[in-house]
Design a protein around this ligand. Structure first.
Ligand SMILES: [Zn+2]
Length: 68
């Protein structure tokens, strides 16, 4: 698993998915290696996020700041 230290308390580094019970909306929290946090809410969004996240890979640096 991810062994990088987490800088944000309460959310472990890497991908955390919760709310998988039937009556809950699934929520995925992703803490990137660069420290950036992203959250996906809803089944489709969670699926997309989990599919796109690669442990140890930071897409933010690759994308640069062009869109910012
Ligand atoms: Zn990143």
């Amino acid at each position: 698993m991810i062994e990088q230290p987490a800088r944000v308390e309460g959310i472990p580094a890497g991908l955390t998915v919760r709310g998988l019970d039937r009556d809950q909306t699934p929520v995925a929290d992703w803490l990137c290696a660069c420290g950036r946090h992203e959250r996906a809410t809803g089944g489709a969004a969670v699926t997309a996020l989990t599919a796109s996240v690669i442990a140890g890979h930071c897409p933010h640096r690759a994308a640069g700041r062009a869109a910012a």
